[in-house]
Design a protein. Structure first.
Lengths: 276, 306
């Protein structure tokens, strides 16, 4: 079999499908993918569409992709059966820049947990791990890590009722008060508005952070321009951007392009993305 | 250097449809050594383009059927406003499905003051059963003449290698008032089938070829066009190095476009190609003007045969 590369897609057989909850399923493929946490692949369902997804599970012989069934494509993807074929191109993008320290916070919101999970597995076990979602049902991988997790939900159905930034701010201030070492890095993925808030919070305390952005994509390798965010090419320069870069990105949490190339605000962008 | 009366930093051009989706990225490409940046082709009405997969790399180039997505010329107010305050030369690419549509887009775009207007005539004509404007001399002439009438900027006609005789099309465009020719658009169309899925990979099935694999076609087209017209040519197709640029200029190009090359060497490809081009010129003790069309010299064999 030809290897999966950033060129023509390679068809892989769905080895195992795990239903995570009413909204999520994880598809596993027995293939040794050369990959760095935060990178993504383009998944092709022949006759349907091709879309970018981050890798949520990774080891030497297997990788997995967690999909939230919300649009036509993702509903079709989670309805795939073991043995069915899907095409893969990639991995694309830069991935997270990892540092070795225990003064790290990982902040996941909703399906933003998926790209962060393989990152968490490479980090120290005593990191700060904050996990938020709309409600209990949307909390991914509840039993996956043996790392203590601080949970919050919008509706209070589990953990703190409120935002991930409430918990992050408390942690930062606590560290100041107790003379603990300050955080050296915050990794975050989730709704862009949440990542923006995490970024602003980190800025106000001088803590570097890395966020993973999402935009509509076509090529995945920095040619077609579908995914531009200001002067940054999200598929190639990103999808992970650090504080230094984010400070120069006026379109972060403001503007995204529709399929036609029309720039719109994030609300309009997400209401379109959720249907397709 | 001067091109059609405008100052350009260097002879390199960003191809239409590559990155050029907003002012910031166009500016970044300019700052990375590109003399003239081209916007993604602007059409008459909002259009999403085709479903993915739309762009696939084949190793020696790529195949694409993006399907001319566009917000539509009348729905780009913020973009135009941002571009008003630019500090780089801008080439606005336009397309339509009929002569009237091309004219409507051109009329609007000319008022936004780009430095050049490029008309992409590789589009199907809805009034001629979808026959591509650029494969027929008369329809190429008609659309160029119609656009020329309504614009204030120099007009660049962008040609398709699908034309049976591209030199004749170039001549028709020159006769209709084109100020320059840009060649070539993507070659083909081609198709790639996944044998496991037993299906063409592109959702649109067929797509245009670009990148290194089409360079010989582009060189031949520019060579033929140079013989047929006296207006300058932007040579485009498969250029990724300074030596490729030299080859394109020797075929007859005044400027050299780069599109797919961005895939292989990043946005900085423009700085790299400029540097390679200049060092080639220096080591050969020559200049751009001296090598332009150099490949057209009659060779010894032909001379002795005469
Ligand atoms: C993804 C992609 C999109 C393109 N879109 C357009 C377009 O909108 N208008 C146009 O005139 N040419 C378009 N082209 C063609 C390029 O401008 C260029 O003519 C062609 O790719 C050959 O040059 P290259 O080998 O350097 O890429 C596109 C090419 C690619 C690869
Ligand atoms: S998806 Fe084509 S440039 Fe990013």
């Amino acid at each position: 079999m030809k290897p999966v590369t950033d060129q023509t897609p390679i068809m892989l057989k769905l080895a195992h499908k795990r239903i995570d909850s009413a909204n999520f399923a994880t598809l596993f493929f027995d293939y040794s993918l050369d990959f760095k946490p935060g990178q993504f692949v383009m998944i092709w369902i022949p006759g349907m569409d091709e879309k970018p997804y981050t890798i949520s599970h990774h080891n030497k012989s297997r990788f997995g992709i967690t999909i939230e069934a919300k649009g036509l494509f993702s509903k079709k993807a989670v309805a795939m059966e073991e043995g069915d074929l899907m095409g893969f191109r990639g991995p694309f993008g830069n991935g997270f820049h990892t540092i070795s320290s225990s003064n790290i916070a990982v902040v996941a919101g909703g399906c933003g947990m998926a790209p962060l999970a393989p990152l968490v597995e490479t980090l120290d076990r005593d990191i700060i791990f904050i996990h938020g979602a709309r409600s209990k049902e949307f909390l991914l991988y509840r039993h996956r890590f043996d790392i203590q997790r601080q949970i919050c939900t919008d509706d209070g159905s589990q953990g703190h009722k409120g935002f991930v930034t409430d918990l992050l701010e408390k942690e930062i201030i606590n560290r100041k008060k107790t003379d603990k070492q300050p955080l050296e890095m915050v990794y975050t993925c989730g709704p862009e508005i949440m990542m923006h808030r995490v970024f602003l919070l980190c800025e106000s305390f001088d803590i570097p952070c890395q966020v993973s952005l999402e935009r509509y994509m076509r090529c995945g390798f920095g040619v077609c321009g579908a995914c531009v965010c200001g002067e940054q090419v999200v598929c190639k320069d990103g999808p992970v951007f650090d504080s230094k870069r984010l400070r120069t990105m006026d379109d972060f949490n403001k503007i995204a392009l529709l399929k036609s190339g029309k720039p719109v605000n994030m609300d309009q962008y997400f209401s379109w993305r959720c249907q397709s | 250097m001067k091109f059609l009366g405008k100052n350009l930093n260097n002879p390199l051009v960003l191809a239409s449809g590559v990155l050029g989706n907003n002012k910031e990225i166009l500016e970044r490409v300019h700052k990375n050594g590109c003399g003239l940046v081209t916007m993604k082709s602007i059409g008459p009405a909002p259009r999403d383009g085709h479903k993915n997969p739309t762009v696939i790399d084949l190793g020696h180039g790529m195949i694409n059927a993006v399907g001319l997505p566009t917000p539509g010329y009348a729905h780009m107010e913020e973009e135009w406003k941002a571009l008003e305050k630019r500090n780089f030369p801008l080439n606005a690419s336009i397309y339509g499905g009929s002569v009237k549509e091309y004219q409507a887009v051109a009329q609007f775009v000319t008022a936004k003051n780009p430095d050049f207007i490029e008309i992409n005539i590789s589009c199907p004509n809805s009034e001629e059963h979808g026959m591509i404007f650029g494969v027929n001399e008369k329809s190429a002439f008609d659309v160029v003449a119609a656009v020329k009438k309504v614009i204030d900027q120099p007009l660049i006609a962008k040609l398709t290698p699908q034309a049976p005789d591209i030199a004749k099309i170039a001549k028709a465009c020159e006769d209709a008032g084109a100020d320059a020719i840009c060649a070539i658009n993507t070659a083909g169309p081609g198709m790639v089938i996944d044998i496991e899925a037993q299906m063409p990979i592109l959702a649109f099935k067929k797509g245009g070829l670009s990148g290194p694999m089409i360079k010989p076609i582009a060189i031949r087209c520019v060579y033929d066009i140079y013989k047929a017209v006296s207006i300058p040519i932007i040579g485009l197709g498969g250029v990724t190095t300074g030596e490729d640029a030299v080859e394109m200029i020797m075929a007859g190009a005044s400027l050299v476009g780069i599109g797919s090359g961005v895939r292989y060497r990043g946005i900085n490809i423009f700085n790299q190609v400029n540097q390679e081009l200049n060092s080639w010129l220096t080591t050969h003790g020559t200049t751009l003007d001296k090598i332009r069309g150099a490949a057209h010299k009659t060779n010894c064999f032909q001379e002795s045969a005469q």
